[in-house]
Design a protein around this ligand. Sequence first.
Ligand code: AN0
Ligand code: CP
Length: 314
Amino acid sequence: MKQFTSVHDVPDPEALVKEALALKQAPRGSLRQSGNDATIALLFFNPSLRTRLSTQKAAIELGLSVMDYNAGQGWQLEFEDGAVMNMDKAEHIREAAAVISQYADIIGIRTFPGLKDREQDYSDYILRQFQRYARVPVVSLESAIRHPLQSLADWVTIEEYRPAHRPKVVLSWAPHPRALPQAVANSFLEWMKLADVELVLTHPPGYELAEEFTRGVSVTHDQNETFEGADFIYAKNWSSYQDYGRILSQDAAWMITPEKMALTNNGKFMHCLPVRRNVVVADAVLDGPNSLVIEQANNRTYAAMAVLKSILES
Ligand code: AN0
Ligand code: CP
């Protein structure tokens, strides 16, 4: 694998899921030679707990050296080609990406969308400019429109808890007080479409996701109906794609409650975290026996290991 910015970079996504599951079984410390003295630089333009630590953990387990940089607090970068840099931007992406490529063999980048300019966000502008000017493989640590490391870990988790029948997997919008990206939801759909599951999307009117991600996915506005017979409920908030970046509803009726989970087929609850308790999901669901959120976060390490190992091997 040459890079990891979406599922489209992965030659065989299902094989990568299996590889992550196998890596989870590997004795600790047994893969420390895989890194071959390579170095990974992790650049964060935005906050992170899981991605930051699980990717570091994965790198450590593979024997990679890690450099971690709060890019949001570094020199302000200019991404526009041909810019006259007489304002606040101190350094151009052309130099920054070329320089970091001399220090690191792989570059990971977290960059959230601005949620103002849809066209720019959906061109994945910052990630793509990094890729354009970097001379080493780039790994998305969540970009403006996708979070592939999360989706890979989600698929791994669904495989671990897969029932004997073909599972029904529901991605449900849930309320949140802040305007959040569509990245986790977009990516989840993109990956789950390739898995052997029945995939259903439910959200209030106005929260339709971009067609490139929802094509072929069944969508309804009736949350309760979709929960019937579901094996996995994946909750996530996102702001509007149509009315770009806006919060159209904070309807508490969409919160995931024990009453709603009771409609499912003893369904498991999933969320990428961080989660707002009693806004997105009720305590009783999150703390209940069917909540997979902690194991999901654990699987981030094995997902990252599978991705880094595959890049190192090519
Ligand atoms: C981010 C998001 O929704 O994309 C990160 C999730 C992994 N969530 C928040 O900012 C709360
Ligand atoms: N799920 C996830 O990516 O969490 P962080 O934002 O903490 O990295």
